[in-house]
Write a protein that binds this ligand. Structure first.
Ligand SMILES: Cc1cc2nc3c(=O)[nH]c(=O)nc-3n(C[C@H](O)[C@H](O)[C@H](O)COP(=O)(O)O)c2cc1C
Length: 173
């Protein structure tokens, strides 16, 4: 299966990256093709709501930034993994910009499954991101939930948590 991971952390060796790496290693071990986009190392602006994509653009976004390299990956992917540090009880701003730009595709062609990976300082701070995941991705985009994984405080980078993510990736059919 083709899996696209959008990692919304600006810290390339941070907590979210560690969770993503463990997941990707497990999924690759099971033969899946995993593509990780470090969203914060890309230039991806927010949606302009110009509606070019839904009129003259015919599904293409008018903004010529790094989201243009993500669109074909989104269209090919069968599973999307949203990974983010929790910022003010939601996704990082950079990841939110990329999410909003999915608007141009309406519903990515091959996408059927989703998962959520969140890292935070405190526990019980996941409501905002979870609401968006459940309503926009599982609801609107009609994706099957493959799992929600969270790590807070000392759980981040712990052996137990990294093993959990590795085993999740490995378990995917
Ligand atoms: C701008 C900003 C906002 C944050 N907001 C929250 C928050 O609302 N709740 C929380 O528990 N942690 C919050 N944190 C802490 C991060 O979620 C936490 O350190 C996380 O593990 C960072 O992941 P990373 O290493 O992948 O960047 C915030 C951190 C930053 C920089």
């Amino acid at each position: 299966m083709k899996i696209l991971v959008l990692n919304g952390s600006p810290r390339s060796k941070g907590n979210t990256a560690a969770l993503v790496e463990a997941f990707a290693a497990g999924a690759r071990e099971s033969g899946h093709q995993v593509h990780v986009i470090p969203v914060c190392q890309k230039k991806i602006a927010g949606c302009l709501a110009c509606e070019y994509c839904h009129t003259k653009g015919n599904g293409k976004c008018i903004q010529q930034d790094d989201m243009q390299e993500v669109y074909p990956l989104l269209d090919e992917a069968e599973m999307l993994v949203l990974a983010s540090p929790v910022y003010y009880h939601n996704f990082s701003g950079q990841l939110q910009c990329a999410i909003n730009r999915i608007y141009a595709l309406d519903k990515p062609k091959n996408l059927r499954k989703a998962a959520l990976i969140l890292s935070s300082g405190d526990s019980d701070v996941y409501g905002g991101a979870l609401y968006e995941y459940q309503n926009s991705f599982l609801g609107y985009l009609e994706l099957e939930d493959m799992g929600v994984f969270t790590a807070h405080g000392d759980e981040n980078k712990s052996e137990a948590k990294l093993r959990e993510l590795y085993e999740f990736g490995q378990s995917l059919k």
